[in-house]
Design a binder for this molecule. Structure first.
Ligand code: SF4
Length: 317
């Protein structure tokens, strides 16, 4: 696989920027994700904040990439998605760092977080790890805004997909993530993921850890109950009651938001409406992160509010 050619006319995600991301080319440019073809990473380390079959006891081995093709206005990881925090690395250096994490931390899987704008690199990294005898499940932790063509290329390099389904409301998707086509693009992407890997296998057995399949996540946004209700209904209609679904309440305002609803956390009442809707629909494999009662000190120390300037970005992980 020639890495460079994927970046010369970049269509790796549905933004389809068609820019030449190759540094030092005459027409070199960055697209919406803000990254050139040079791999940049903000953090490598075990993470305990994923769902239990992903984090397990020893943690999920996360690799957080710099940049993002979605860039939601409220991103909880804004330091790396919007503001470019991270350092350049090579495939060999990153491979060595990942192998070191596997050997020292005994993580349960290798979890690429928001990797789609670097897909060609991580396909090669996955191959390199396999060639060196590392057979842990490979997880792609994604925004849901992926192109079906890119996912087809990813098929042989991934075991578990963790996509978001953020928006059913195209206007909200446009206002907060500048992608009016998110609802349909994400549904098509998730359908491709399910067709490749099925639903998360651990949901159907007593196994404590997942090895393969799809788990969809939905983070509830404050003041946007109807977006969440309709997102869950859509997922249920498209994929049925066996779709493993994770409902998250971890939203916290990290940047001032034009949409004033987003300048506060999600209330218990809002979250409960969505949780009971999921139950009423009949989802059988729900993971639920209920809102915290205390919105002061505990939120400040939340493992879901990382600080990537810190060598350990997840304070109480
Ligand atoms: S990966 Fe980046 S440059 Fe490529 S299409 Fe997506 S946003 Fe544009």
């Amino acid at each position: 696989m020639c890495l460079i050619e994927f970046y010369e006319n970049c269509v790796l995600c549905p933004r389809q920027c068609r820019v030449n991301r190759v540094v030092d080319s005459a027409d070199s440019k960055v697209g919406y994700c803000g990254e050139t073809h040079q791999l940049r990473v903000a953090h490598v380390g075990p993470h305990f904040g994923e769902e239990p079959p992903i984090s397990g006891k020893n943690g999920s081995g996360t690799i957080f990439f710099t940049g993002c093709s979605l860039k939601c206005s409220f991103c909880q990881n804004h330091q790396i998605s919007h503001h470019g925090l991270g350092a350049g690395t090579s495939l060999e250096e990153l491979g060595a760092e990942v192998i070191d994490m596997v050997e020292h931390d005994h993580i349960h899987n290798i979890n690429f977080v928001t990797p789609d704008h670097f897909f060609p690199h991580i396909f090669q990294l996955g191959s390199l790890l396999r060639r060196n005898g590392f057979n842990l499940p490979i997880v792609y932790n994604l925004s849901g805004y992926q192109s079906v063509a890119a996912l087809k290329s990813a098929k042989d390099y991934v075991d578990i997909y963790l996509p978001d389904y953020k928006y059913s409301d195209a206007l909200l998707a446009s206002a907060l993530s500048k992608c009016r086509n998110y609802p349909q693009a994400a549904l098509e992407a998730i359908a491709e993921m399910v067709s490749q890997k099925g639903f998360l296998d651990s949901s159907f057995t007593d196994a404590p850890l997942a090895t393969k399949g799809v788990l969809v996540r939905h983070m509830v946004l404050p003041g946007k109950v109807s977006n969440s209700i309709n997102a869950l209904t859509t997922l249920f209609v498209e994929f049925g009651p066996d779709l493993p679904l994770s409902l998250m309440s971890q939203y916290h305002p990290v940047l001032p938001q034009e949409n004033d609803d987003l300048n506060r956390p999600v209330s218990e009442e809002e979250f409960d409406r969505i949780y009971y809707h999921a139950k009423e629909l009949g989802f059988k494999h729900l993971f639920v992160q209920f809102p915290e009662k205390d919105t002061g000190q505990r939120r400040a120390n939340s493992p879901f509010l990382p600080d990537f300037k810190n060598p350990d970005p997840f304070p109480i992980a």
